[in-house]
Design a protein around this ligand. Structure first.
Ligand code: BYC
Ligand code: FE
Ligand code: FE
Length: 475
């Protein structure tokens, strides 16, 4: 197992030294990546010293090293999880064959498309979050933002490596295009819609890392089942980084909920909206933001019935979540899966071919995982003796992809008319006024150990450092 080579220009554990052509191609792309980082990475932050972790090993035990780093000097590199001996293709029509170390010619375009779509989201998220550093609620949170940003940059490297190493000339072209599409650019937008929305405030940031990075977790998990072994191995290592992003989101929302609950309890508030008088984020507004972020993330799983997904599965290039742990034949011919849809004025469920329901199954797994954290938030509220329950909206609510894009529904999944939607959507999604209120709270708090009033301090610091540690130093 090759260790990580940090003496190289591009740190890696793939023996880049042995492949001078590939090394040159990547060294050619590297300055373009850095130019992109300087232009569209974290705003005005090139010179900060940030207490960041860097991978020193890909083994599950102790891969992290912590130190102050200026972000443009972060050691972005190429890290694959260790190869699994005699790994097989575990599903689809090649089930039982040896996993592929090269791209099977007949699946080239599908694999490239999946890798490009995955890769495109990574720099997109950095672009979406680039202004947040101006309004951080604390140094601790600022450091977490930057950690997430540099790792999303590394995730781009992971996909660009695959494109360069396995897709020849068109792979190199796709790698260039990753730096040409931009989040929210009307002419050259990012591929998936949820990656074109600006992340304008820290409530949205924490919901982004809770909901949108969780799509990353599930998509990466499905790709890590791939019969194309280099994709599997790179996704497996990416998942270890993803876990931190999800921690940032879940703990961030918990801390906001905690603070709101404290404000309500201390001031004996019965009307939750009164929290605004004390500068907190009231639960009804939080619920609207949850409705927004969750619904746009459900779209990221594609159509409820997808022949693309069936094809990827049968080819053996994208599996299901926890594929090898599922007790079935992993071929799915003739099997069915329950899929929601619309019939007239009603939301119905029907049994559909399991192969066509691969996207839906992943979305269901995602929904279950999303609910788990919500239960935790509700426990915090209940522990303060407050009667309020945060919920995930119905899967039909505010959708843009799949059968539910045709209808308007309430958050509980009642189909309503367009006229009623026009009248009521402000009860369910953030209004201009809600956004203005949240924006009014976004004042930077950069004193060591201090936190903005709308968010509780974390229980502990990063890497056993105290909460009042100087996580970011400015110059
Ligand atoms: N937006 O058959 P369907 C992350 C298109 S997040 C726009 O269901 P498929 C991260 C679709 O392309 C993880 N278009 O599609 C998180 C298709 O077009 P064609 C990102 C959409 O291919 C936070 C048509 O509609 N990774 O890592 O089965 C921070 C039919 O749909 C959308 C991946 O997504 C949409 N939402 O499913 C940083 C994994 N949905 O063929 C990073 C790779 C569908 O008619 N991607 N369409 O022209 C995939 O697996 C698939 O591309 C999708 C779509 C699951 C996204
Ligand atoms: Fe990522
Ligand atoms: Fe992430």
């Amino acid at each position: 197992m090759a260790g990580i080579n940090y003496s190289d220009k591009i740190p890696n554990n793939v023996n880049l030294d042995d492949d001078p052509r590939l090394q040159r191609a990547l060294e050619n792309w590297q300055p373009k990546f850095l130019d992109w980082w300087k232009e569209l990475g974290p705003h005005n932050a090139l010179n900060h010293d940030v207490y960041l972790r860097t991978a020193v090993s890909v083994e599950p035990s102790g891969w992290a090293h912590f130190d102050y780093v200026k972000m443009p000097e972060y050691r972005w590199g190429i890290f694959l999880a260790p190869a699994e001996k005699d790994r097989k293709v575990n599903f689809g029509k090649h089930k039982g064959d040896a996993a592929w170390q090269q791209v099977p010619g007949e699946y080239r375009s599908e694999l490239r498309r999946l890798i490009v779509t995955q890769g495109d989201t990574e720099p997109a998220s950095v672009e979406q979050q680039r202004k947040l550093g101006l309004t951080a609620p604390s140094l601790y949170d600022l450091r977490n933002l930057y950690q997430v940003n540099v790792e999303e940059g590394r995730h781009l490297w992971a996909m660009v490596y695959l494109l360069h190493a396995y897709f020849g000339r068109d792979g190199r072209e796709e790698a260039e295009a990753m730096l040409e599409r931009h989040a929210g650019n009307p002419d050259k937008p990012r591929i998936l819609q949820a990656f074109n929305v600006d992340t304008t405030d820290w409530l949205s940031f924490h919901l982004f890392t809770y909901f949108q990075d969780r799509d990353g977790k599930f998509q990466l998990a499905a790709l890590s089942e791939s019969g194309f072994d280099p994709l599997s191995r790179t996704c497996r290592f990416m998942l270890t980084e993803e876990a931190h992003h999800l921690f940032v989101g879940e703990s961030g929302i918990s801390r906001i909920v905690q603070r709101t609950a404290e404000i309500m309890k201390e001031n004996k508030l019965s009307d939750p909206m009164d929290v605004r008088k004390f500068g907190g984020i009231d639960f009804p507004t939080l619920q609207k933001y949850i409705n927004f972020h969750y619904s746009i993330c459900l779209d990221l799983f594609g159509q409820e019935l997808s022949t693309n997904a069936a094809t990827y599965y049968t080819m053996g290039i994208k599996g299901r979540y926890g594929e090898t742990k599922i007790a079935d034949d992993h071929v799915l011919e003739g099997m069915t899966y329950r899929v929601p849809g619309v019939q007239g004025e009603k939301i119905i469920e029907s049994d559909e071919p399991a192969l066509n329901a691969i996207n839906q199954r992943l979305r269901d797994d995602y929904a279950t995982d999303s609910q788990r954290g919500m239960d935790g938030f509700n426990k915090i509220i209940a522990a303060h003796g407050i009667n309020f329950t945060l919920t995930l909206p119905n899967r039909a609510f505010h959708r843009n992809i799949g059968p539910f894009a045709q209808v308007r529904t309430t958050p509980t999944g009642q189909i309503i008319t367009q006229a009623e939607w026009d009248k009521r959507h402000g009860d369910w999604l953030p209004t201009a006024e809600d956004k203005a209120y949240i924006q009014s709270l976004m004042k930077p708090v950069l004193e060591i150990g201090k936190f903005a009033n709308y968010i509780a301090p974390p229980q502990r610091g990063i890497n056993r450092q105290p909460v009042d540690f100087e996580y970011v130093k400015f110059h």
